[in-house]
Design a protein around this ligand. Structure first.
Ligand SMILES: Cc1cc2nc3c(=O)[nH]c(=O)nc-3n(C[C@H](O)[C@H](O)[C@H](O)COP(=O)(O)OP(=O)(O)OC[C@H]3O[C@@H](n4cnc5c(N)ncnc54)[C@H](O)[C@@H]3O)c2cc1C
Ligand code: SF4
Length: 479
């Protein structure tokens, strides 16, 4: 093994090249070039094949990382792809957008020893992109069709992962989604420069070819009640994500040209997909030529600032109330945004939106960090008489998301939710308080990550299968 692996002492860490800033801000394409075959092989060989692989432990899917790195170093890419798919429904998507610095790569033993982490995400992407290219990824061929069916509400990563797992064992699956395309935030939230849309579409097309039925433009609550779905299916999964934008009720918040992040990002993603988007075409949701202020410090804020740069904004500023070290967003994304010319105004918070009908400027106050609050993070407090004004033609609020009021939306007051509005489940069975209705993804966790949504979807599939088998058994016994 040492022949092929443990090369981290002699081979330096290398990621695929990042495209030059002046080139990449001219388009919405992904910013990393492809790994060439020999480079991926060489980088895989840096893995130290730890007895206790911390990368695997810290991957929410517990991917068999050391094993697929070894297979990749040996040039056995088809086997590496099969292994990657055995624990993950979308390895090429996770390889692109997981915050690896906080998960697998952040816990790589050779990173800890100062040699630089194995570039796990890029290799995972390389293995799976190659598998697509070589046509190794095929639709599911069901061996034995079951007569039971599952209705899944939400075609985001949680719903899609659950659907795929249950289809593999023969259940009939229908996914209902209020959007016109499947993919959830993969399609309308995350911008192309992180995740090009053909990558999502080839996955959802594969599921369609596998016999999963997609009913798009179906808003559960409006077009169907939960009870109606229950009558049509043997089990239900709620995987609706979290979409209610957090508001900022400051003076002037009703002025025109102040928008929630998802309005801005969805318009941009739709344009990229070739849709006609009136509010983009008439300039309302288009940053071109404007002074843009984005409020917030998470990944959504980073996606907004970098989208605005690509739309040729005159200036792009990010206002965040803590400092760089205490930002919730991925350090990698902040770095990319800085490289692309975004100006960060740390330790600052909006106090007032100023303008007649439309916003013209934002009054900002400086903040300092005080003692840690109950969440363990330092609390920002305002500095008196520190106000200053910044010109703004478009303000984007990226302050996070809360769940919609699902009991109200679904007209089912029995559905138990937490004080935050997330669905309460039995953490072992993933079942809600209503028998036969399960829940997974952001609607249970609150806004989280794609890799966690996939994990939840897979866990829910296991529990739904157990539920369906028991239901069938009881039916046979009673007959
Ligand atoms: C801008 C942005 C950038 C992000 N970037 C990253 C990133 O780089 N890396 C990362 O790991 N995570 C990222 N995330 C988080 C990640 O996208 C989510 O954690 C993940 O998509 C959650 O998956 P989900 O399946 O639970 O929900 P979603 O992806 O939100 O999917 C839910 C689906 O349910 C549908 N739905 C909702 N209500 C109904 C209803 N009543 N009837 C029918 N359908 C309904 C929606 O239309 C949607 O398609 C980002 C999030 C945002 C907002
Ligand atoms: S799924 Fe995410 S955390 Fe797991 S190995 Fe891949 S990139 Fe790392």
């Amino acid at each position: 093994m040492t022949d092929k692996m443990l090369k981290f002492v002699n081979i330096d860490q290398q990621n695929p090249n990042k495209r030059k800033v002046n080139k990449r801000i001219d388009d919405f394409k992904e910013i990393y070039d492809e790994f060439i075959h020999d480079k991926a092989k060489e980088q895989s060989s840096r893995c130290s094949q730890c007895g206790v692989p911390f990368c695997q432990i810290h991957c929410p899917l517990h991917n068999n990382i050391p094993d697929w790195l070894k297979l990749s170093a040996e040039g056995r890419l088809q086997e590496a792809s099969e292994l990657a798919h055995s624990t993950n429904n979308m390895p090429e998507i996770c390889g692109r957008i997981c915050p690896q610095d906080r998960l697998c790569e952040g816990n790589c033993v050779i990173e800890k020893s100062g040699h630089g982490t194995v570039t796990i995400g890029s290799i995972e992407k390389y293995i799976t992109d190659t598998a697509w290219e070589k046509n190794w990824i095929k639709p599911i061929k069901v061996i034995k069709e079951e007569d039971q069916s599952v209705g899944i509400i939400g075609a985001g990563p949680a719903g899609l992962a659950c659907a795929e797992q249950l289809r593999k064992v023969g259940y009939k699956i229908t996914i209902y989604d209020r959007y016109d395309r499947p993919g959830g935030l993969l399609i309308y939230g995350i911008p192309n420069f992180k995740l090009e849309k053909f990558v999502v579409e080839r996955r959802t097309n594969l599921l369609k070819e596998s016999g999963i039925e997609f009913q798009q433009n179906v808003d559960v609550g409006k077009n169907f009640t939960l009870e109606e779905l229950q009558k049509n299916h043997d089990a239900i999964l709620i995987a609706t994500g979290v979409y209610k934008p957090r508001e900022i009720n400051l003076p002037g918040h009703n002025l025109k040209n102040i928008f929630p992040a998802m309005d801005f990002l969805t318009a941009s993603n739709r344009k990229g997909l070739g849709d006609k988007v009136e509010d983009f075409d008439n300039g309302t949701l288009n940053a071109g030529g404007k002074n843009i202020i984005v409020i917030g410090g998470g990944d959504t804020a980073m996606d907004c600032v970098r989208t605005a740069v690509r739309q040729n904004a005159k200036s792009v500023k990010c206002i965040y109330r803590r400092d760089k070290e205490n930002m919730p967003g991925s350090a990698r994304e902040v770095h990319n945004a800085e490289e692309e010319g975004v100006e960060f105004i740390w330790l600052s918070s909006p106090k007032k939106f100023i303008g007649k009908e439309e916003v013209a400027s934002v009054l900002i106050e400086k903040m300092k960090l005080d003692k840690e609050d109950s969440s363990g993070r330092k609390k920002p407090v305002s500095i008196p008489n520190s106000d200053f004004e910044i010109k703004a033609d478009l303000v984007i609020k990226a302050l996070g998301f809360d769940p919609e009021d699902l009991p109200k939306l679904f007209n089912n007051s029995n559905l138990a939710v937490s004080s935050w509005g997330t669905i309460k489940i039995n953490l072992k069975s993933m079942e809600t308080n209503i028998p036969g209705i399960f829940a997974a993804g952001d609607i249970v966790r609150g806004a989280s990550l794609v890799v966690w949504a996939i994990r939840d979807g897979r866990d829910a599939a296991i529990e739904i299968q157990k539920y369906l088998e028991l239901k069938k058994f009881k039916k046979v016994k009673a007959a």
